[in-house]
Write a protein that binds this ligand. Structure first.
Ligand SMILES: [Ca+2]
Length: 299
């Protein structure tokens, strides 16, 4: 009887110590690493309804994620869109560097990632500087658990150059298992689907699907309007201009057309090289991404 009691008390003690350990590590903030990936996370034109995201997962993202983002002008569409979204939808979508006041911790580096003077985007000053900058940054910022980098125009490279990007990303994933690395496609550039940029974007997309990576599909997002109309095969470019009648000349703009037809359903914001609606969609997709990285299954 006494032995049974003692065993029960020891068992209770173990449970108490264990649960205290969990809650104290959660309260520590930086320790909340995202759960391991069991499948690819593909953020594309199907991920642009911000109202689909359960608010509990937006809260989880704000509590768990510590994000560093390296980009130049095109990549700024995510964060200028996110800044505008706070005014459009509310402070639940707030973000800042450090995550003060309950905001999402998003360290937004427009050029000069991390203030290191090393790299600006995935192709500037070259195709490898971003990777060494990431290693230096993570060594000094162990609290950061999400790394995201975007392209300027340089997805317009060779097959081997894109493979080098994929290999460098995989190397980072191997060496920093507690960090989630977000892959990106590059912006649309008015090419036919057989042109180099669509083919290189597909190379990235196919790799991410096959290898269970996390992809923010920048090109796919800006190939559709919010109603799901597709412009990717109509010479669409980063400004959202496209060829509506197949004569080889761009003559309409899907974002301007949609904005004019849907007053009040979009918000004005900075959108480098493009229209506000494009940055709206980039922001909605970014929040899909953050919620997924926090553990939302996307359904
Ligand atoms: Ca035309």
């Amino acid at each position: 009887m006494n032995r049974l009691k003692a065993t029960t008390w020891i068992g209770l003690l173990i449970v108490l110590v264990w649960s205290y350990g969990c809650s104290s590590s959660d309260a520590g903030g930086g320790g909340g690493d995202p759960d391991p990936l069991t499948d690819a996370i593909l953020i594309d034109h199907d991920s642009v309804d911000v109202d689909d995201i359960p608010s509990s997962w937006i809260d989880q993202a704000r509590q768990k994620l510590h994000i560093a983002y390296g980009h130049t002008s095109h990549g700024s569409q995510l964060t200028t869109g996110m800044a505008g979204l706070v005014g459009f939808k509310g402070t639940q979508y707030s973000f800042n560097s450090g995550g003060t006041g309950g905001a999402l911790d998003l360290r937004d580096y427009y050029s000069d990632f991390g203030g290191l003077g090393v790299a600006n985007d995935l192709g500037n000053p070259n195709r490898t500087a971003w990777e060494s900058a990431t290693r230096t940054y993570l060594a000094a910022h162990s609290e950061v658990n999400v790394i995201i980098w975007s392209w300027c125009w340089q997805v317009d490279g060779t097959q081997a150059e894109i493979q080098q990007y994929l290999d460098l990303m995989s190397g980072l994933e191997h060496d920093f298992p507690n960090v989630k690395f977000v892959y990106m496609t590059g912006h649309t550039d008015g090419a036919r689907l057989t042109g180099n940029v669509p083919v290189r974007n597909k190379q990235i997309r196919d790799y991410c699907t096959a290898n269970k990576k996390i992809l923010y599909d920048f090109a796919d997002i800006e190939s559709y309007d919010p109603d799901g109309s597709y412009f990717g095969d109509k010479l669409v470019n980063d400004a959202c201009d496209y060829d509506s009648n197949g004569d080889g000349t761009r003559d309409r703009n899907w974002a301007v057309d949609w904005q004019n037809a849907h007053p009040g359903e979009w918000y004005d914001c900075e959108s480098a090289h493009s229209q506000p609606l494009n940055a709206n969609l980039k922001a909605y997709a970014a929040w899909h991404l953050w919620a997924r990285l926090a553990g939302w299954d996307g359904r």
